[in-house]
Design a binder for this molecule. Structure first.
Ligand code: GUN
Length: 284
């Protein structure tokens, strides 16, 4: 059996076209242009690419964006001052600080400084709590994108065994909350899990978000499973690859996301969705 490929690029293009249309309408009827502010600290090349892509996606969808870049040795107070300024600016609807931050920063303190009503990453404790209570304001973009992909591929969720590999605040934990809210039976595995394959083989839906190249192989998955690959890694020869060994898994899975062109394009799409939702909420 060869799996159905869940194409994140096609879905992202469709969702972004819809968001661009809604942004145009908001501007025409209310004079509001959705605006995202992105703060980048330091010279990490991967972070610089992510930020560039976020700003470009805003432009393409007709959103405004503000990009603020600091050197890696910037004083945290300077960044906190900028966040306060953006919090107070009524024309800014979303604020995102690209992670990771250099070591002189207390990342949690920076995330808590963002106005929860503009926290389009959904990382502020208030928004994490709201998600956990089943009443989310901003859903973290990557797991939000994964849910949209599962919906578009019509993957049955109620009662399904969902196994997540990875327990990060950015992906693993919010992913667990979202799947639980859809009545999946959720297992979260991590680096200390004893028999990873025992868990992954039981999964109807497997989400890999660990950051280890091709660690999920075809012999670790259940025939017909839906396999979602959140990983972005580079092989020794510089090629992009996921946490899932696509070649062996596509022969076993029922549906699978590729890397690149899977979850990645959906992450930025949901950032735009959160920014638009924030702009629309200012009318309420
Ligand atoms: N670094 C890696 N992923 C993310 C993300 O989704 N948001 C932010 N702010 N930083 C990240």
């Amino acid at each position: 059996m060869t799996a159905q490929i869940i194409d994140g690029k096609v879905l992202a293009d469709a969702v972004r076209a819809d968001l661009a249309e809604k942004a145009t309408a908001l501007k025409a009827t209310q004079g509001i242009t959705p605006c995202l502010a992105v703060i980048l600290v330091g010279e990490d090349p991967a972070s610089a690419v992510y930020v560039k892509n976020k700003v470009m996606a805003c432009e393409k969808a007709g959103f405004r964006s503000i990009k603020v870049v600091y050197p890696s040795d910037v004083e945290p107070m300077v960044v906190l001052g900028k966040i306060a300024e953006l919090n107070a600016d009524p024309d800014v609807h979303g604020i995102l600080v690209q992670l990771p931050l250099p070591k002189q920063f207390d990342a949690d303190a920076v995330l808590e400084a963002i106005d929860p009503a503009k926290d389009v990453d959904g990382f502020h404790a208030e928004n994490v709590g709201a998600l956990m209570q089943g009443n989310p304001r901003f859903i973290p973009c990557t797991p939000y994108g994964v849910m949209k992909m599962l919906e578009s591929a019509k993957v049955p969720l109620k009662g399904a065994e969902a196994v997540i590999v990875g327990r990060s605040n950015i992906v693993g934990k919010p992913m667990a909350m979202l799947l639980l809210a859809q009545s999946c039976t959720v297992t979260v595995c991590h680096s200390q899990s004893k028999d990873l394959a025992f868990h992954t083989k039981r999964a109807d839906i497997l989400v890999a978000a660990v950051g280890r190249a091709k660690m999920i192989t075809g012999d670790m998955i259940k025939p017909g499973a839906t396999v979602i690959d959140v990983g972005i890694n580079r092989t020794a020869d510089g090629k992009l690859c996921g946490d899932v060994d696509f070649e062996s898994c596509k022969e076993v899975a029922g549906a699978i996301t590729p890397v690149p062109g899977g979850v990645g394009p959906m992450t930025i799409t949901m950032l735009l969705a959160n920014t638009l939702a924030s702009a629309e909420r200012t009318l309420k």
